[in-house]
Design a protein around this ligand. Structure first.
Ligand code: UDX
Length: 440
């Protein structure tokens, strides 16, 4: 099929490249000319495992020609289905900010005014229930002068891929959710996903757009709450002298609980969980319901960085005059999780700010996120290696579970005082260092 993907963020670019790989002809539309040029040169605009190879295989001089990028919305006219993959950030009060989606829908609608035959528009961005039907559809109708369900179709197809494993996750989904408000839109979506569903043997959930939107929030809210619950239990374990990881391994054997997302520590960050949990809380409150569990999930998540810093402060108080004040603290890891340079809502941000407020000097190391870090934290010295960050430091705190930190050993001997407080259970406990785990 001929597909247009609006938006070249990590979802849009991944989806465009993967659909091209599955045999569709794909055009990726974005307002950012440099991103468009990068894709057309056969390169990836973001770092995602396997993405550069897919883009090189289908765009650029050596490619199959099944993928191209443009800034021109008219490219939509040569396609059958458009996926909207635009950002949905949060307002200051936590509610969803649909302005980028509305602008995109407006431009798309104006373009569809010139489309002679049927077209299906699929919202892939995470939007609160009702947004596709009540906000996006009326804009498309107004700008195109056409009627949804008669002249064009409306679908909603939430995306569950994770950053860092985006290509793998897109091509190997646990489920494909097809939300549609009319039969022809549903038929188009089935056609688009036929090859993927067959290759991945993924179960398909067919529903309306409003339910599809809620499935995405429920999915993310459940996972975020699961981590907050194991963090709550982990904090209890710590207080009672129990290793939360031993407990998690055991409860994960119960199929009803499951082994994944039971790693307790400094909490969840990233571009999705924090924003999406707040957006669905806000939507629920606007509808008259205050969700107690999700409020608590946010509260537990907000507490973990402060608990990590408090533990570090206790050790420094015991080992040096002034405690944290005036201490050099090595922060290991800045990204919100390993495998990405993304620092959005990383737990490193509150940890560093708290330490600085207590008078610490921060020297940080991350294998890939250091270039992004100055957008989120000030007055930090960046080291080229974990060893360099640790050299001469009064204490170290681990915020991201990069694999390479597991191999650290004699590097701790170069610290002024070998105090290590681990927020991710990645460092080996050993003689000669004062080691403290957040929940173990
Ligand atoms: C998440 C969802 O997993 C994905 O389905 C959705 O499409 C987007 O949001 P992502 O933000 O890429 O994906 O990261 P994920 O791997 O889910 O991790 C989120 C956060 O939870 C990270 O900060 C991670 O460190 C933390 N986490 C994860 C834990 O603290 N413990 C765990 O056991 C798992």
């Amino acid at each position: 099929m001929n597909l247009s993907i609006v938006g070249s963020g990590y979802v849009g670019t991944t989806v465009a490249a993967c659909f091209a790989d599955l045999g569709h002809d794909v055009v990726n539309i974005d307002i950012d000319e440099s991103v468009v040029e990068t894709i057309n040169a056969g390169d990836a605009p973001i770092h995602e495992e396997g993405l550069a190879e897919l883009i090189a295989a289908h765009a650029g001089p050596e490619g199959t020609g099944r993928l191209r990028a443009t800034t021109d919305y008219d490219a939509v006219l040569d396609t059958d289905v458009t996926f909207l993959c635009l950002p949905t950030p949060q307002n200051d009060d936590g509610s969803i900010d649909l302005s980028v989606m509305e602008a995109g829908a407006s431009q798309l609608g104006a373009t569809l005014a010139n489309k002679l035959d049927w077209h299906t528009v699929v919202v892939k961005s995470t939007v609160v229930p009702g947004s596709t039907a009540d906000t996006i559809t009326p804009i498309l109708e107004r700008e195109s002068g056409k009627t949804a369900g008669e002249d064009f179709g409306i679908g909603m197809n939430p995306e569950f891929l994770r950053e860092g494993t985006a290509v793998h996750d897109f091509l190997n989904p646990d489920k494909v959710v097809l939300g549609a408000d009319d039969d022809r839109a549903l038929a188009d979506m089935r056609d688009v996903f036929e090859a993927l569903i067959a290759a991945a043997a993924a179960p398909v959930v067919e529903t309306d757009t409003r339910t599809a939107e809620m499935i995405k929030y429920a999915n993310n809210a459940f996972l975020a709450a699961k981590i907050s619950l194991i963090n709550d239990i982990g904090n209890i374990c710590k207080a009672l002298g129990v290793d939360a990881y031993e407990v998690a391994d055991a409860i994960g054997l119960d199929d009803r609980i499951g082994a994944q997302f039971l790693q307790s520590g400094v909490g969840w960050g990233g571009s999705c969980f924090p924003k999406d949990v707040r957006a669905i809380i806000s939507a629920a409150q606007a509808a008259g319901y205050d969700p107690a569990m999700l409020n608590a999930a946010v509260e537990v998540n907000d507490r973990q960085p402060a608990r990590l810093v408090a533990m570090l402060a206790d050790h420094l108080d015991a080992h040096r005059d002034g405690g944290v004040d005036g201490a050099i603290v090595a922060v290991l890891g800045l990204a919100f999780k390993p495998g990405t340079d993304d620092m959005r809502n990383s737990r490193a941000i509150p940890v560093i700010k708290d330490l600085q407020a207590r008078g610490a000097t921060i020297i940080a190391y991350d294998p890939v996120a250091a270039d992004n870090a100055p957008n989120y934290v000030d007055d930090v010295t960046y080291a080229d290696s974990a060893a360099a960050a640790l050299d001469g430091a009064d204490a170290a705190v681990v915020v991201t579970d990069w694999d390479e930190f597991a191999a650290l050993d004699e590097e701790f001997d170069a610290m002024a005082t070998p105090i290590v407080v681990d927020g991710r259970r990645i460092i080996e406990r050993r003689d000669g260092i004062t080691y403290e785990g957040l929940t173990w």
